[in-house]
Ligand binder design. Structure first.
Ligand code: GDP
Length: 293
C-alpha cells in the first residue's frame, strides 16, 4: 500500500540515522523531502504543508535538535501526523434498530461492489440487510447488484424503470417490515461524471427515504480528483462518511491522506480486494504504521 510514498518517507527519515545531534538545517532538509514525497503521492498541497508544519512543531517540542536519536523522534512525529491526517481515532457508522444507508459515488468507483461487501460484513455481525438496486435508468446496474446479492446471500429489491421516489420508499418499507430487515443499503445511481440530473434524482430519493448515513464511495486510485467529486456530492446530498476503494491497487496515497482534511468526513471503510470479503473498517493507526514499515 502506498509503496512509493512509504519508501520516500523512510528514506528521508533514515538519512538522519546514526548522525548523533542534528542541526536546524538537517531538520529543514528532512522536512523538505517529506513534503516532496507527499506531493508526489498526490497529497493536496495545503494538506502537505500543514502536515510538514505539524511534524516540525512536534519534533521541536520533543527537542529533536538535542536528541541523540533524532531519526526516532522524527519517525514518531511522522507517525502521529500520518495517523491524524488519516482521521485519528477510527470512526464507525452509528447503527440503530433500523437503518437506511445510501451509497453514492461515480460509476466505476466501486459503489455496487461496496454495497454487497457492506451487506456481507453486517450480515456477519448479526444484522439483516436488504440491498436496494436504485438506479431507475440502468437495468445493467440493477442486474449487477442482483448477482452480487445472490453471491453474498442477501435479498435485493430492484426499482423499476422510471419508478418514483415515493413508490420506492413504499416498497422498501414494506419489504423491510415483512422480512424484518434492519439495515437497508441503497445502491444509488452512478454516472461517469457529476451530472445535474443525477444529483436531482439523488436529492429526491434522499428526501423520500431519509437515510441515516450517506456513504460516498471514492476510488483511491483517482487521487485528488476524488476529492472534488466528494465536495460536489457533499454540497448536493450531504455526505456523512467515506469508503475508499481499491487500496489494494497501486494508489499513491494522496486521496487517503487528503480526504479527511479536505472533506471533513471520516473514512469508515477501505476496499482491499474485488471480492465480497474485501472490505475492512478503516484504522488510521494501522495504516500509518504500515506506511512507515
Ligand atoms: P460502480 O460502478 O461504482 O458500482 O463500481 P463497481 O462496483 O462496478 O466496481 C468497479 C470495478 O472496481 C469492478 O471491477 C470491481 O470489481 C472493482 N472494485 C471495487 N472495489 C474494489 C476494491 O476495493 N479493490 C479492487 N481491486 N477492485 C475493486
Amino acid at each position: 500500500m502506498f509503496q512509493q510514498l512509504a519508501a520516500r518517507l523512510q528514506e528521508a527519515i533514515d538519512r538522519l540515522r546514526g548522525r548523533g545531534r542534528i542541526t536546524e538545517e538537517d531538520l529543514k532538509g528532512t522536512l523538505r523531502e517529506i513534503r516532496r514525497a507527499l506531493i508526489e503521492a498526490d497529497v493536496n498541497l495545503e494538506v502537505a504543508r500543514a502536515f510538514v508544519e505539524e511534524v516540525r512543531e512536534r519534533a521541536l517540542g520533543r527537542k529533536v535538535l538535542e536528541s541523540l536519536t533524532p531519526a526516532e523522534v522524527v519517525l514518531a512525529t511522522v507517525y502521529e501526523a500520518l495517523k491524524e491526517a488519516l482521521g485519528g481515532e477510527p470512526k464507525h457508522p452509528q447503527l440503530k434498530d433500523r437503518n437506511v444507508w445510501f451509497l453514492v459515488g461515480l460509476q466505476g468507483s466501486g459503489k455496487t461492489t461496496t454495497a454487497a461487501k457492506l451487506a456481507l460484513y453486517y450480515k456477519g455481525k448479526g444484522r439483516r440487510p436488504l440491498l436496494v438496486a436504485a438506479d431507475t435508468q440502468r437495468p445493467a446496474a440493477r442486474e449487477q447488484l442482483r448477482v452480487l446479492g445472490e453471491k453474498v446471500g442477501v435479498p435485493v429489491l430492484e426499482v423499476q424503470d422510471g419508478e418514483s421516489p415515493e413508490s420506492i420508499r413504499r416498497r422498501v418499507e414494506e419489504r423491510a417490515r415483512l422480512e424484518v430487515r434492519d439495515l437497508v443499503l441503497v445502491d444509488t445511481a452512478g454516472r461517469l461524471q457529476i451530472d445535474e440530473r443525477l444529483m436531482e434524482e439523488l436529492v429526491r430519493l434522499k428526501a423520500a427515504l431519509r437515510p441515516d448515513e450517506v456513504l460516498l464511495v471514492l476510488d483511491a486510485m483517482t487521487g485528488q480528483e476524488a476529492l472534488s467529486v466528494a465536495q460536489a456530492f457533499d454540497e448536493r446530498v450531504g455526505v456523512t462518511g467515506l469508503v475508499l476503494t481499491k487500496l489494494d491497487g497501486d494508489a499513491r496515497g494522496g486521496a487517503a491522506l487528503s480526504a479527511r482534511r479536505v472533506t471533513g468526513k471520516p473514512i469508515y471503510f477501505a476496499g482491499v480486494s474485488e471480492r465480497p470479503e474485501g472490505l475492512e473498517p478503516f484504522y488510521p493507526d494501522r495504516l500509518a504504521g504500515r506506511i512507515l514499515g
